[in-house]
Design a protein around this ligand. Structure first.
Ligand code: FEO
Length: 169
């Protein structure tokens, strides 16, 4: 495997675990505010991010490439509103999309077709992640300022259930 592609894939393990950490922090924020449905939504988001990390980890192992685990950064944002959390989530997903695109670009440059095929799932997944984050912001804009509506939105988000990733390595 090309050195640059390997380095970026290895870094992505850390970025995905950081994403899980970040969403756990979001979940913790909403739990403290008494919004258990929002907390559940981000808890499941964190589980999905751990799955993403493990996919990169397993892919490198399957390719007989070394895996180096790095320290996970501290999520250190302090939020002054519910909406600020949701917006930070969307910004983060856009950032992750740019990371996936960078790896894809590096793989494309060296004709690493297997890595490109592996990343195809993530390209699609990032589209869904950004849509989900956008949808949540739209719902919050519509319903967030009215306590009864916020209660119902919270109930809706309580219904999100975990499902394992469709990509199996
Ligand atoms: Fe692993 Fe939310 O991207």
């Amino acid at each position: 495997m090309n050195g640059k592609v390997h380095e970026l894939l290895n870094q992505q393990i850390n970025k995905e675990f950081y994403s899980a950490y970040l969403y756990l922090d979001f979940s913790n924020y909403f739990k403290a505010k008494g919004l258990d449905g929002f907390a559940n939504w981000y808890m499941i988001q964190a589980q999905e991010e751990r799955d993403h990390a493990m996919l990169f980890y397993t892919y490198l192992q399957n390719e007989n490439m070394p895996v180096t685990l790095d320290a996970i950064a501290k999520p250190d944002k302090v939020f002054d509103s519910h909406m600020a959390v949701l917006e930070a989530g969307l910004e983060h997903e856009k950032y992750v999309t740019s990371l996936i695109n960078d790896i894809y670009s590096a793989a494309y440059d060296v004709k690493d077709f297997r890595t490109m095929q592996f990343l195809d799932w993530f390209v699609k997944e990032q589209g869904e992640e950004e849509t989900n984050a956008n949808d949540l912001i739209s719902k919050m804009e519509l319903f967030g300022s009215d306590p009864k509506s916020l209660y119902m939105l919270n109930q809706e988000l309580a219904g999100r259930i975990y499902s394992a990733p469709s990509l199996v390595l």
